[in-house]
Design a protein around this ligand. Structure first.
Ligand SMILES: Cc1ncc(COP(=O)(O)O)c(C=O)c1O
Length: 356
């Protein structure tokens, strides 16, 4: 039985009903006396799962015509390379990137191996505690790349910039947490293991017309067109990860979709940030206006209390609150499936510490 309040940054909490159904599918999928993980990915039951997962993505995000939805492998980290391979011109390729944290930096490294990278916004001067704004993107770049939510540092883009080129976004840690206008983006990618499902698949949403224009010879598996032409089934897909993603997306739809979850995520984030701001023992790490609604980073103002606080939140049944080593302090990841009740338990623990 899962009873802990799981604030882990990823892999992380999933809806309990989803975990229940997922575990049943391992023992007996669709009542056909076979396990989900032992049937052919070409069989109708799994093809139906793949189709349902892709159509739920389109429906929940209201994706316009002209985009393909893929479930790939290799994590968001492989997309750091696939994006420039598929979008950066072979001759004089050039892309603009924002450097807003560890993951953004890794995406820049991959792009640099294929062409020129212009870093148009950079928050490394303050250990990535803010989102750069007001930067200029040169008109002649092949694309602009940003990270919507910086999982480690707890910052999030609230207003996406207007760009003179294609816009690509790594939405690994806040996809499906709020409404977005997909038509502003040409390519979105996200590892599944936050708001969508278990690790093992990566969601890619790509505008078809932007592909095949680089003059590069792209290896088969790294070419988005390969996967588009085979309905995301070019090779054996990660069946379990896709099935659980489908269940999570269905859970989201059944409860009211992005309107519903955005409101709940706002309530959770406000509850926790209000306590961080009110309680003299705590302070937030990220700039107020850039605070993430998914990963809340904070520290103790009095380090002598850390042992006591750590014992208290563990005793309260909280898991995964320790901050990333590059930030320190604490990080409460409050993804879609984490309940308001769990945030309340954390807030009450913070209040208790103040009273001691
Ligand atoms: C924003 C962001 N991008 C990329 C990654 C890397 O994802 P993966 O482990 O799926 O390669 C992560 C992982 O946490 C992330 O948070």
């Amino acid at each position: 039985m899962i009873k802990k309040h799981n604030f882990s940054a990823g892999p992380c909490v999933l809806p309990k009903d989803v975990i229940q159904k997922a575990s049943e599918s391992i023992m007996n999928f669709n009542n056909n006396s076979l396990s989900l993980i032992e049937i052919s990915h070409r069989s109708k039951p799994f093809v139906d799962v793949m189709e349902k997962a892709r159509s739920l993505v389109k429906e929940l995000l209201e994706i316009p015509e002209g985009y393909s939805v893929l479930f790939l492998q290799g994590g968001a980290s492989l997309e750091f390379l696939m994006v420039p391979l598929n979008l950066m011109k072979k001759e004089n390729g050039k892309a603009a990137y924002t450097n807003t944290g560890t993951w953004a930096k890794k995406s820049i490294t991959e792009a640099k191996s294929l062409g020129e990278v212009i870093v148009v916004g950079d928050s490394s001067d303050k250990n990535y505690n803010y989102i750069p704004k007001g930067y200029k993107i040169p008109k002649d770049v092949d694309y602009f790349h940003c990270t919507s939510n910086n999982t480690i540092f707890g910052t999030q883009i609230k207003d996406f910039p207007e760009v003179p080129s294609l816009m690509v976004c790594d939405m690994s840690s806040d996809i499906f947490s709020r409404k977005i206008d997909v038509s502003k983006f040409d390519l979105i990618y996200a590892g599944a293991q936050k708001n969508m499902g278990p690790a093992g698949t990566t969601l890619v949403i790509v505008k078809d017309e932007i592909l095949g224009k680089t003059g590069r010879n792209i290896s088969t598996m790294l070419d988005y067109n390969t996967h588009i032409s085979k309905d995301s089934m070019f090779n054996t897909p990660p069946v379990f990860a896709i099935y659980v993603s489908m269940l999570t997306l269905q859970w989201l739809k059944d409860h009211g979709g992005l309107d519903w979850i955005e409101e709940i995520n706002k309530q959770k984030a406000e509850l926790l940030y209000n306590e961080i701001d009110r309680n003299p023992l705590f302070e937030g790490v990220a700039n107020n206006e850039d605070r993430s609604f998914m990963n809340v980073t904070f520290t103790l103002t009095d380090q002598t209390k850390s042992e006591q606080f750590d014992q208290m939140w563990v005793a309260a049944g909280i898991n995964g609150l320790i901050g990333h080593r590059s930030v320190g302090g604490y990080r409460a990841s409050i993804y879609n499936a984490l309940t308001l009740e769990s945030v309340n338990v954390l807030v009450e623990t913070m209040k208790k510490l103040e009273k001691i």
